[in-house]
Every structure is written in C-alpha cells, then in structure tokens.
Design a protein around this ligand. Structure first.
Ligand code: 13P
Length: 252
C-alpha cells in the first residue's frame, strides 16, 4: 500500500514563534485521534532546526521547501541537502511552480537537486504542473510528462522509489480555483501510467502522488477519494489548525 500524505507548505509565512505554536497546536489537536495519513510540515528553512526539537518523536515529520543544486562551497545564501539532513529533516519540496516561475529553476537544475537530496536520504516531494495557458491549449499532459522525464527519469528504479510527486496545476494555486475531482484523477492516472512505462507497474503503484492547488476542508475528501490521488500538498489552508485538521481527517 502506498503512503497517504498530507503535507503543509507554509511558503514564506510564519515567524518562529507563530510556527512553533502552529505545530504544537496541531500535535495537540491530533492527540488521541486516529490519524490515517502521514503528516509532513514544510516551514521556511530558518525554522527547521527549532521545529525538529518539537517533532522529534511525534507523528509530524519535517520537510524543507527547497535545497541547493550544489553540494557545498561558495554559494552565498544557499542551503545544501547535507545541511537539511543534519538537522533531522526527512523531506524536501523540489520544483515548486513558484521556484520555477520566480527563481528560474529549470528541469536540469532540479535534476541536480533531486540527486543531492537522495544522496542525503531526503525524500523529494517533486512538484509538477501546467500553467493556465498550457491547460487551455490542451497540452497539460505533455508539459507534466516533460517535467518528470527531464528531472527524474535518469534515476534508477530504486532511487525513484523514494520520490513523492505533487501535481499542482499552477492555475489552481492560491486562486481558490481547484481542479475538479475528474481533472485531478485524470492527470494523476496519467502520471502513474508515465511512471509505469518507465519503471514498471510495481514502482508506479508504490509512488504517492499528491494533489496541490486550493485544496481545503471542503474539497479534500472528494479529491482524496480518487484512486490515484494519495493526499495533498497544502498551501493556504495549512496555515491554521482549524483549516488543516479537516484535510487530515478527510482520510477517515
Ligand atoms: P494553495 O493551497 O494555497 O493553493 O497552495 C498550494 C501549493 O502551492 C502547495 O505547495
């Protein structure tokens, strides 16, 4: 059975104090409940080490939102995969559309990041997704297939087994406009078939594919009921316990 996951992407939100409170409150809110998915929280880099002490033995696991495409050295302002691993981080979001659009991250650069993350036993949560113009042109599958192929398909099947994918249609991110359940399922099934073509169906069946893009308490259950949707990567709704907890509980 592949993992079911609800991952929070805080993006550039929360001071340290606010972040510590949010994670502590989330842990308290889940206390005594049966939780049927893995919970990952991805705060800004600077909070990771502090949060690691809070989450050390609990159900919440931590991820970063990015890492460098270089191993170490004179790269001012960068944070390496080795540094993330050294503070007890398990996951790293790579290829988020905001990184691609605002910071010029390319498929080739992301390929390097993925390799470095895997070398340091970090599981990439690798984001893919088309912009609105690409969906309107009907080329969303080609776009997503190219993102996967150019950044991930040099990996061995064993390495690929550590990848979590997140399909995030860019037009649905932060817009309140969610992909319909059918649109999500269709793309997730296509992504799984693309993985199966390359690595075989056993690997494809084990790969968790998350949906991201205005996922919230109102639509999570319907989205997660789809056979190829294994959870969510949540932005806005992850910033408060009241909005995140119902998404976690959608896996009842
Ligand atoms: P929203 O949930 O705010 O649309 O953000 C989704 C996202 O980008 C998660 O990585």
């Amino acid at each position: 059975m592949r993992e079911k996951i609800v991952a929070s992407n805080w993006k550039m939100n929360k001071t340290l104090y606010e972040g510590l409170n949010l994670v502590r409150d989330l842990q308290m809110a889940m206390n005594g409940k049966t939780i049927n998915c893995n919970i990952i929280v991805c705060p800004p880099f600077i909070h990771l080490a502090s949060l690691a002490t809070l989450t050390f033995s609990g159900i919440v696991r931590l991820g970063a939102q990015n890492c460098s495409d270089k191993a170490s050295g004179a790269y001012t302002g960068e944070v390496s995969a080795a540094m993330l691993a050294s503070v007890g981080i398990h996951y790293v979001i790579l290829g988020h559309s905001e990184r691609r659009a605002y910071y010029g991250e390319t498929n080739a650069m992301l390929k390097e990041k993925v390799k470095l993350a895997l070398n340091h036993v970090l599981q990439p949560i690798f984001c893919i997704g088309e912009v609105l113009a690409e969906r309107e042109a009907g080329i969303q599958k080609e776009v997503v297939e190219k993102q996967i192929r150019e950044s991930l398909f040099d990996l061995s099947a064993k390495e690929f087994g550590n990848i979590v994918l997140a399909y995030e249609p860019v037009w649905a991110i932060g817009t309140g406009k969610t992909a319909t359940s059918e649109q999500a399922q269709e793309m997730h099934a296509f992504i799984r078939a693309t993985i199966a073509d390359k690595y075989g169906s056993a690997v494809a069946e084990e790969t968790s594919i998350l949906y991201g893009g205005s996922c919230n308490a109102g639509n999570a259950k319907e989205l997660f009921t789809n056979p190829d949707v294994d959870g969510g990567l949540i932005g806005g709704a992850s910033l408060a316990v009241e909005t995140l907890l119902p998404i976690i509980e959608a896996f009842s």
